[in-house]
Design a protein around this ligand. Sequence first.
Ligand SMILES: [Zn+2]
Length: 305
Amino acid sequence: MPEGHSVRLAADQLREVLAGRTIIHFQSSFKKAIAEEWVSQIQGYTVNTVRSHGKNLFIDFSSGWTMYTHFLMWGSWHVYSVGAPWLKEERKARVILHTATHVAVLFSAPVCELIHRDALATHKTAETGPDLLADNFDATEAWRRFSAPAHAEREIGALIMDQTVLAGIGNVLKSEILFGAYLHPQRLPATIRPDEWARFVDTACRLIRASYEHGSFNGALLPADAVVEPSKYGYVYRRRGYPCLRCATPIKMVRQGERQRMTFYCPHCQPYIGDHNPDLALPAPRKRRTPSKSQAVPTDQPMGK
Ligand SMILES: [Zn+2]
């Protein structure tokens, strides 16, 4: 799943071939692109720039219109030289932007809108929180959003994935950042001390920046001499049951948030602070299967086989 660094990398790649160039041909399979005649706002116009904010990607055209795309779980932008073969099937192309030298293709992304610049300030993307990859990341504003009363009952492992609080964290970075900052994912925001928040911000900015500079999570999350199982690339992500690389305690997993996303953590390095430590809770007793009245089998008859 694309996280903030991979959207930033896609924006860099698009900017390199599109910025300052004229779109000589525009195609889209989105019904609304045809109904709203996007071609008249894109074709023949120049791309001013391409930018990202968290997981949102924007292409600004000289017509005053901006194309907003979000990959969700499966979308991607590809860039090809004119005439070069594509790496994905043409039927999956949702938007195609042609310049004299390159073709930019949006594959499979479900979210794509054309927004006039006058409407950007009131668009839903304007609610996105501070971008961890921004040079001027605003940690004070991020804290204001993180500690808002409306979020008081949300576990931080779910809260830091909320893009209106902080922009850029996806499921892999969530687990790795909380581990790096020694924070238990099920703590509530009110239990986070100022020094813990500062450590969280430092870790989050460092890990997302490293992922961006490496071009992926590989080599970005662990020191070069770390020894992990094949196909693993972080301290905790997808390492449930394996020993913690710091303390050898088995890594645990908990599902969090509305979408029940997996969070991996070390219960020793990331101690719970707050009431009702979930790591000390006994496993839920197995439900005894007592037949309901309607299903009850009369005791004077032999039970089935
Ligand atoms: Zn540990």
